[in-house]
Design a protein around this ligand. Structure first.
Ligand code: HQG
Length: 179
């Protein structure tokens, strides 16, 4: 089984297109695993996918994109569906980082960081992770440093994605500097 391909398909289904897969996500983004498997089985390429495969996919992945609990599964970040998935508010570390193509920097330093196509702005706990995020679109990305704790103490809400990924609604430019 191609677990990377499976992960991409499920990322698409749970983050962007649950309706296409006839999935009902609850307000926290959870879907019944049975419903997900049933939907995947309609495609010949995934007709033999089992719950065990989903577990292997999650454990073999380089990133913690999903979690499973009590017969349900959800994507931890990345959503773009119209109805905003509720995330748990959390106190961020002193600094967070955001990797982005150099060509976006001047606009970001004017407008702040915006969610753009997704529901939340995505931030990284570590510089190296931010670099990897930025490298998806630029071989030498810019790394932005966010004064997260200061923003949080000024009532900017942060949410927990996973151990490496933090989410926010918007980050104003006053909290952003270029590393
Ligand atoms: C940029 C992947 C212009 C922002 C990654 C980013 C991540 C602005 C792009 C996760 C802007 C949106 C999310 C502004 C923000 N003007 N550009 N005011 N504000 N931007 O893909 O953070 O592998 O939606 O800098 O690893 O790149 O899929 O967000 O470049 O964790 O699991 O607008 O997706 O995870 O791009 O990536 P994205 P992102 P997975």
């Amino acid at each position: 089984m191609n677990y990377q391909k499976l992960s991409k398909e499920i990322s698409y289904a749970l983050r962007h297109a649950p309706h296409e897969y006839e999935l009902e996500l609850d307000e926290y983004g959870w879907v019944q695993i049975e419903q997900l498997l049933h939907s995947l089985h309609e495609q010949p390429v995934w007709r033999n996918v089992s719950q065990k495969d989903l577990q292997v996919m999650i454990s073999q992945s380089d990133k913690k994109r999903f979690e499973m609990e009590n017969g349900k599964m959800r994507a931890l970040y990345g959503h773009s569906t119209a109805k905003k998935v509720l995330k748990e508010e959390s106190e961020p570390p002193e600094f967070l980082y955001h990797g982005t193509p150099k060509r976006f920097v001047s606009l970001i330093m004017e407008q702040g960081l915006l969610p753009k196509g997704r529901q939340y702005v995505h931030l990284s706990e570590e510089i190296e992770t931010a670099k990897q995020v930025g490298k998806r679109r630029d071989t030498h990305p810019a790394i932005l440093k966010i004064e997260a704790k200061k923003a949080w103490s000024n009532k900017v809400t942060f949410y927990h994605g996973n151990e490496m990924v933090w989410l926010a609604d918007k980050i104003d430019r006053q909290y952003i500097s270029i590393l």
